[in-house]
Structures are given as structure tokens and as C-alpha cells.
Design a protein around this ligand. Sequence first.
Ligand code: ATP
Length: 735
Amino acid sequence: MELFRISRYTGEEDSAVESSSQALLERLCKQARARQLKKQQQEELSPSGEFKLKETKTKLPEKPKSRDSGLDSENQSQRETKKRKRKQSNEDACAEGPKKLRENLQRGNDSDEPARLADSSLAADTARGHVPVKQKKRNNKKTSVVSPKKTEADPEENGEQEQKRSNFKRSQAQRRKKMDLSKDVKTDGAEMREEGSGEVVNGNQIGNEQLSNAGKAKATPPPSSLKILGGYDKKAVHKIQPILPQWLAQPKLVHKRIKENLVPIQDVPGIHPRLMKKLQVNGVESFFPVQVEVIPAILEGASNGFLVGRGGYQPSDICVSAPTGSGKTLSFVIPVVQTLLERAVCQVRALAVLPTKELAQQVSRVFNIYADGTGLKVVLITGQKSFAKEQETLVQRTVMGYSSLADIVVATPGRLVDHIDRTPGFSLRQLRFLIIDEADRMIDDMQQNWLHQVVKAAFRAEEDSASSVLFQRKEPGPVTAASSCCPQIPLQKLLFSATLTRNPEKLQQLGLYQPRLFTSVYSEKQASSAGSVAEQNAEKKYTLPEGLSQYYVPCNLNSKPLFLLHFMLTMKFTHVLCFTNSKETSHRLFLLVRSFGGVNVAEFSSRLTPSERQKTLKVFEQGKIQLLISTDATARGIDIKGVKYVINYDAPQFIRTYIHRVGRTARAGKAGLAFTMLLKVQEQKFLQMLRDAGFPELGKQLVKSEYLKPLSERYEEALSKLQKTVKDERAQKHA
Ligand SMILES: Nc1ncnc2c1ncn2[C@@H]1O[C@H](COP(=O)(O)OP(=O)(O)OP(=O)(O)O)[C@@H](O)[C@H]1O
């Protein structure tokens, strides 16, 4: 009320009000003087700086303090000078009389304000009527905008301000608590000592305390007349759980155990008798679990013929994630060949894209086996032949124009794009199936944006405008009455891999249409309900073949070749596929083992020509090569019959590389062994990588040094031979 009256005085020349204001001002001045006197007495009473510190602590708890006595006395003298100045300015303010005080009061320094702002030195200055220049300017600006009448007569606003102040105080207290907590955590042991010993504090603690006090000083609220920018409390960031699309979250489960879940080929509905015969001729009496699920699913989409989807709808795209050696190749070869059996005109209807020449060759071989005698033509384009020769196998020129010579094309991405761009008459407009094998690798390596090129070529408009726009092929979109009234040849994508990504963002690049996922990745609990739609096990990412036994071999860098020789010569391993991380290591290891003697060894890497590589694989499959030392060129997809052991001479860096490497053994439900040589520094990281993928702990295979001793003398000789050979090779290269 008193304040109310004082503020009103500025607007009204009322003598009664003036006299009462005068009285109030005098009372305030008296109070201020009494307070100063009391303070002065206290200062005089305090014999050391320590007492003053305590006083400062009680009055200005947020101000940074130092316990260093040297610093303290210096600070103390500075503080005293400041105080003297403040006293002086206070006295000046009082001496200047009611006018100046009135001005100050109008700026918002009400009688409550000093107590509220006692937290900061700025506030203390304000309370004593001493306003720093900058703040003065700001306050002046503020008072010029806000009329005094509004300030005094708006109780709602005052209430709101009060509310804001109390909220601010609460958040401030919370922040202080947090800072104290973090201080506790940071200093923990040191803080305990400090508590116990009272005044004895070491340098470290001082540092911490100063930091903490600095934090407190930062957290000190500015006077309420200032606008507060920022200063928000830190909000806890909630971890966002990814939500998978339904097709990824609820896939169709496929049994992982092959032997226990074989289904006779006659029991799988819809297989053409002609293909059934071919399967039997090729020794396939039963289908593997992945084939049991996937073959009918693909055939279902073509049940109305290949020219139109079932019921006129576009069939779903299909993604298959099943372990290495589980028979994924046949699960697309059989339904594709069967669907195209009824085709009348030769056009490119199926296109299989694979990452390497060897893999493309392997898949084209399987297509050839089942297309043989059906009139379907399979063409391989990988760059092994000249471009012109490949063109001749793809298209021929007739009087009527170009005609296709291929029904099924198996290609590597680079060469495929070259033909799309540069082979006249090579058309994908009738493409019904696009098969992407080793799909995760193909997504990672989108050479020349090949998928975009293929899709563009498949939906390219006819050059001769004679054909009606109605019959032009369009990319699938939402199903509408308009879209379903003019059916067209659907393009169905079929994706296969043992390590298919579940990353929806990556899969999105493929532009899948209402996809369905078939997977063998599930926990044992879910196995009982396999075959039904069950929830995905989030922890397990990949599956390994059931017949695979895995071990790791702790070793050191120098003894690694000796370990390999021990496996080959002492333990008499045969049909061994050994992986290194580079073609240089492969080559040197090959030279070393060859120099050592006693092992039939070969190498496989990009050092060899494609035909040399093909020959090497054939000889290895025949069992004439005991040990094949290879780069990751044979790690993926290559189906070499009879591999008994896989040895990771160099530890693989990625889980997917490990899965594909060890997957060269234990194929088609057979047993196999995998050994990974690990240096001490690699052990923890590697084993953790397997744990993260949800695999069981690997067995440890120790090799005693006494087993290596008999080999060491010959090994030294082999090493010096290797040195000479490497020198000769270098000289040859530079010549
Ligand atoms: N139903 C079957 N009966 C007998 N053998 C089969 C059957 N299906 C596939 N195989 C054989 O199993 C082996 C592995 O098949 P395939 O190469 O298709 O495996 P994959 O799943 O593609 O493996 P990867 O992921 O390593 O490429 C091949 O030798 C193949 O001939």
C-alpha cells in the first residue's frame, strides 16, 4: 500500500500523499543507515578474513568463494573497497533525498526487492539504490515503456509476476540441487574427506569447489527486471524405440533346422511335373524349409499367369533371410522357370543381379539346369566375354526390328547398366521378375545406381506411339479403381541373403511393393510356433547353419603361419578354405606354405584371371587342392561342395563377413568346422561382436607350443625362401 502511494505520487500533486511519502522515505533512510551501521560493526568485530567469508556466505551464498588465504586477503581488500564505495553511493542516494529514491523506487525497487535479490551482487547493488550503468540504461528503457499507472494498478500482473518469481525460485533450487549432486559425483572421495576434516582442504578440492561455485554463480538468477533468455532446465531425452513396419516386425518364420524339416517335393503343392522330374534327376528328393515356404509364395503371385498378378493385383515383393547353404538359389530358380514355362515370345522376363562374376556364373548354371529343354534361354552378362559378344547373345536384328534372345538374364550390376545404355534392342519392358541375390551387399553397393536404371528401363514408354497409352506400363502405386481397370505385367522384386538388413531406411531404397519377409532369424522359443506369424526376436540378428561348430584360436602374430601348418600337417585337415583380409597376405601365405612343402596349396584372389579362378575352384572342389587360401572373393554365396574347414587366418572385421565366410562349410544341412585365429588384442572385440549378433560363445582351441617346435626349423627356411621370392617378384614387376 505504501509503495502504491509513493508511485501514485509521481502522477498526482497531492500534498497529503506527499507528506506521508516523505515520512516513509525518512523511515527507509533510517533503516538503511541502521543496517549499514550494523554491518560496519560486524566488520570491525571480525578479526580475520575467515569471519568475513562466512558473512559473505550467509549474505551472498551464490558468490564464488576462495579458501586460499593469499587470494582471500587480496579479495578481501577489494571487497572492502567495493563496500566502501557502495556505502558512499548509498549515503549519496539518501542525501539526494526523496526525489532520487522515488526514481529508484519507480524503477521497481520495492521494499521486498532487497531481500529477494540478496542472492547476487548485482541484486545487492540494486537493493542499495546503486544500479550499474548498463542495468540503469535497461531499467530506464523499461520504465519508459511501462507506464507507472499500469505498474501500480495491475494486481493480476503483480500476482502473475509473483507466480513467475516463485516458479523461477523453485527451478533455481532444483538446478542448484542437481549441481550439488554432480559435484558430489565428481569429487566423491575427496568430498568425504573435506566433510570429515572441516577446514583442511587440498588444492584439488579447491579447484572443484571453485568450479562448483562458479556453476552456482552462473545459476544465480538475474534481477526480475531483466528479461531471462535461455536458462531452461535440461529435459531428459527419451530414447526413441524404432518401430518396424509390420512386414518386418511380423515375418513368416522359416525353420532353421534343415534335416528335421525336409518336405518331399511331391508334398509341396503347385510344382510343375516337368520340374519335379528335373529336380529328381538332379538328386533333389525333398525341399529344404526355405524352399517349402518361398516357392509356393512366388508361384501364388503368378497363379493367373505371368502377364497379370493374382486377381489383377500387383503381387507382393518377397524378401528372404535364411542361413548360408540353406538352398535359397533353388527357392527362386524353380518358381521363376515354372512361371515362364508358358511364355510364347522370347523377351527378357527375369533378371537376376549378383555382386560378383563367380556368383553370377553359379546362379546361371542352376538356371540352365532347370530351364534346359523348356525353350527358355538363359544369358549371362558379367564382362567375361567382350561387350560385342554379349550383345550378340542378348539381341538380334531382324527385318521386323530387334528381337530378344534371352528370357532370363543373369548379370553383374556394372555390365548390366552398360547394356541398358548401349545395346540397341535390349529391352526390360516385359520384365516380370527382378531377383537381387546377396541383397544386403547389393544395397550397400549401388554401382552406377543400377537399380534405378533397371526400374527406369522396365517402365520406359514404348518408342512407337502406335501402342495405346492405356497399355503402357506404369510403376506400381496405390491401388485405385483406375489403376486396377487396366492390368499390366507386374514387376516383382525377389530379395535373398543370409544377412538381409532389417533397416527400413536401407530397404526403402529398393522401392518394395507391399513386401513379405521370410526369415530364419528367431529365438528357440519361437521355433515351436514357426510357420505361423510370430513376433520378431529383436536381439537375434542373424542365424548360422545348424551343423556349424565354431572355435577361436588364441595366437600371436609370429606364430600364425605355424598354427596353420600345424592344422594342415599335424592334424591332417583337408578341404580347407582359409581366409585372409587382403590379396597380398593371401599371396605371401600361399608362397610360404608352398615353400614349407607337404601341403597341396592354392590361392584365390583378384591376382588371378577369371578363367584361372574358375579352374582353381573346380580343382579345389574335386579335392585335388588341400588348402585354398583366399580373399573375401569366395566369402559370399560361392557354393563349393565338400568344404570341411574354414580357417579365418585374419579375423573378419564385420559380423556379416564372418557369417558368409564360415558359411562356406556346413552347407545343405551338413556338418562343418570354423576356426578363427585371434591375436590377444583382437579377442575381446571379436567375441563381443559375436555376442552382439546373438551367437553362442565360441569354443577355445589352444595349440601347445610343443606341437609347433618340430615345425619351426623348416619354417625358418621357408621364411628365408619367401623373402627371396618376394624380392624376385618385386624386381619382375618393376622390370
Ligand atoms: N532341396 C535340396 N536338396 C538337396 N540339396 C539341395 C537342395 N536345395 C539346395 N541344395 C544344395 O544346397 C547347397 C546350398 O544351396 P544354395 O547355394 O542355394 O544355398 P544358399 O542359401 O544360396 O547359400 P548362400 O547364402 O551361401 O548363398 C547347394 O549345393 C545346393 O545344390
